[in-house]
Design a protein around this ligand. Structure first.
Ligand SMILES: [Zn+2]
Length: 336
């Protein structure tokens, strides 16, 4: 609804006013909800990064927290050329800007669009399509696609560490309705692994056979695991290795849901969140898109307590190599 209004009013004009107008600022703030406990809400974003100058200063501090250094010779004897937003190295006379050699430089997009896009992608719990982003930022679809691709990659870049401590494993089935009464529904298997008080993994599995589950467990549970809780399904005794079998506790769901500390309630609550997401926002998830959806859901879940997600993403963006713009945009041209 709000996006629709934004679209009708002319996004550029509205955003320009947003960056200045207090009333709209507050409206947007209220609309967006002060629900997240984040370091950054949209209101703060607008106040702190509402101009190219402010964005540039922020990037400069992220890039050189101990003061500007010459990317060519490493010297910290630098003169500012304020009018051109550049630095001049006193040692080697190299001239550079805060965004030189970074992803922000070559796209020629205003920095505030990068900042706003990053913020929107970090905050939107349901994800945001390139189409939606292109309408909000008034960029071409191609640019919005590139932005979301690049920002999402920066958000996801870290290699997930293996889970340990007390972990719960469970399997669930999503999607697929039988077309005829005797058809078997094309349900997809999702294996959930959740470390208590820790991270969640949701993995789309080919099937729920022990051999498949064994590989998933091997890839996701580390040797620092202390207890493994599952239900009494016959999959798990075969899927666990010798060391893991000694740590295995089961809960009989036909009798009770928890036996002291032995329960799979935390992974099950993640499943119910997943199913609500699929019913409520995705309506129908194809098998093809399921892994991406699962990744995104885990990412949001595992970052639920990271108040610095925006800053962390910005930091990765400014330190990542800017190699991919032409490659990426060539790829979408092929795909279009
Ligand atoms: Zn230098």
């Amino acid at each position: 609804m709000f996006l629709h209004v934004l679209h009708n009013l002319g996004v550029e004009q509205v955003l320009n006013r947003l960056f200045r107008g207090h009333v709209l600022r507050m409206l947007l703030f209220l609309f967006h909800g002060a629900s997240m406990n984040n370091e950054l809400d949209l209101c703060t974003l607008i106040q702190e990064f509402g101009s190219e100058e402010k964005c540039r200063t922020y990037l400069e501090k992220l890039r050189w927290p101990k003061g500007v250094q010459c990317p060519s010779c490493g010297s910290d004897k630098i003169s500012r050329i304020a009018a051109r937003h550049q630095f001049d190295c006193d040692a080697c006379r190299y001239q550079f800007s805060a965004t030189a050699g970074t992803i922000f430089h070559d796209t020629h997009l205003p920095l505030w669009k990068w900042f706003l896009a990053t913020y929107l992608l970090c905050e939107s719990r349901k994800g945001m399509s390139a189409n939606q982003l292109s309408r909000m930022l008034k960029t071409t679809y191609k640019t919005a696609w590139y932005l979301s691709h690049r920002i999402r990659a920066a958000m996801l870049e870290t290699t997930p560490k293996k889970l340990g401590g007390t972990v719960e494993i469970d399997e669930t089935y999503v999607g697929g309705k039988p077309r005829k009464w005797r058809d078997r529904p094309e349900k997809q298997v999702v294996i959930g692994i959740r470390q208590r008080n820790g991270d969640l993994r949701l993995i789309h599995a080919e099937d729920a056979k022990s051999a498949t589950v064994r590989e998933i467990i091997k890839a996701n549970i580390g040797s620092h695991v202390e207890v493994i809780v599952t239900d009494e399904s016959a999959i798990y005794p075969w899927a666990l290795n010798k060391m893991q079998k000694n740590l295995h506790r089961t809960i009989n769901h036909s009798k009770h849901y928890a036996h002291g500390d032995v329960h799979t309630n935390t992974v099950e609550s993640a499943f119910s969140l997943l199913k609500r997401g699929i019913v409520g926002t995705w309506h129908k998830v194809s098998a093809k898109h399921l892994p991406a959806y699962l990744d995104e859901m885990c990412f949001r879940f595992n970052n639920r307590k990271n108040p610095y997600l925006f800053r962390d993403t910005m930091l990765k963006l400014i330190s990542s190599q800017n190699l991919e713009y032409k490659q990426l945009t060539a790829k979408i041209q092929d795909a279009a």
